[in-house]
Design a protein around this ligand. Structure first.
Ligand code: OGA
Ligand code: MN
Length: 295
């Protein structure tokens, strides 16, 4: 087999690639890992269809791209967890595999994934790649949308570019859930998820391209009054998520989609809460907090 990567949408040749000619159940040769990394640098999102993998196979593939995060951002911890501690549970299931009740705290927390965000931007060292494997998908709905923060940055005018250059935001899951009116946090969760600083403009270490590092978790800008900060973040998010910058992925069972959280935001879309949607996510940690990376 030979590996090929082609744009999902020929009209957008540098955003979202579809990978063919690879079976993720088996070990992947180093030159293919390099080709996938190069594909990520170009496309920021890669789609692998028809990959019926289990957790071990997903972990083995993911480890090629760097150290795995622990799923400390999930609200279900300890005996409430369904999946192992290094796999984020992006499902609507409890630890016994039953669909969560409509008012279950874990479900209400997970609705935060419907807001545009970058994974783990609330961690001191945020996520580099996320790899999301669809094990069971609902009959309709439940797309995941991706927005290209490189293109969004490029489209800013000079005045906005100089305003945002050098700004540092504070990110927390308390902020993102607060947008939806979810405030049901324990004291331990409030401490664990205290705000962390992140640069608003980042530079890709390989391509050198600048991008906006936005996320629903961003709730403040250092040195700015909070309402003014949130108004700007809202404006920027509105700009950055215009349809010209967005690709919607419609899931099929056994798709694996991999994205670069440094340069894309994503969000989940509605689906029937009575149907099962079972997605497993592995997450690669970035190398350092954004403030320790070159501007
Ligand atoms: C995620 C996420 C959205 C979705 O896996 O990090 O935000 O569509 N998923 O499930
Ligand atoms: Mn996410």
């Amino acid at each position: 087999m030979t590996l090929s990567i082609r744009p999902a949408d020929p009209a957008r040749p540098d955003f979202v690639g579809v990978v063919a000619g690879i079976d993720l159940r088996h070990s992947v040769a180093p030159e293919w890992v390099a080709a996938i990394e190069a594909g990520m640098d170009r496309y920021a999102v890669l789609v692998f269809r028809d990959q019926p993998i289990d957790d071990e196979q997903q972990l083995a593939f993911s480890r090629h791209f760097g150290p795995l995060e622990q799923a400390t951002g999930d609200i279900a911890q300890g005996s409430e967890r369904r999946l192992r501690s290094d796999i984020n549970d992006i499902s609507n299931l409890d630890q016994r595999g039953a669909v969560l009740a409509r008012d279950d705290r874990r479900r209400l927390f997970s609705l935060g994934n419907m807001l545009w965000h970058s994974d783990s931007s609330f961690k001191a060292t945020p996520a580099k790649y996320s790899l999301l494997s669809a094990r069971i998908v609902p009959r309709s709905g439940g797309d995941t949308e991706f927005a290209d923060m490189r293109a969004a940055y490029d489209a800013l005018d000079e005045e906005m570019r100089s305003l945002v250059a050098g700004l540092v935001c504070e990110h927390s899951q308390i902020y993102s859930r607060g947008i939806l009116g979810f405030t049901d946090f324990t004291e331990e969760e409030r401490q664990k998820w205290a705000p962390v600083p992140q640069r608003l403009v980042r530079r890709h270490p390989v391509t050198g391209r600048r991008s906006l590092f936005l996320s629903a978790h961003a709730g403040a800008i250092r040195g700015w009054p909070v309402p003014e900060a949130r108004a700007l973040l809202r404006d920027l998010t509105e700009h950055a998520t215009q349809r010209v910058f967005v690709h919607a992925h419609s899931w099929r069972q056994f798709d694996l989609v991999m994205w670069d959280n440094r340069v894309v935001m994503h969000r989940g879309r509605r689906y029937d809460a009575k149907e099962v949607r079972d997605m497993h996510r592995t997450t690669i940690a970035d190398v350092a907090p954004t403030l320790e990376q070159a501007a």
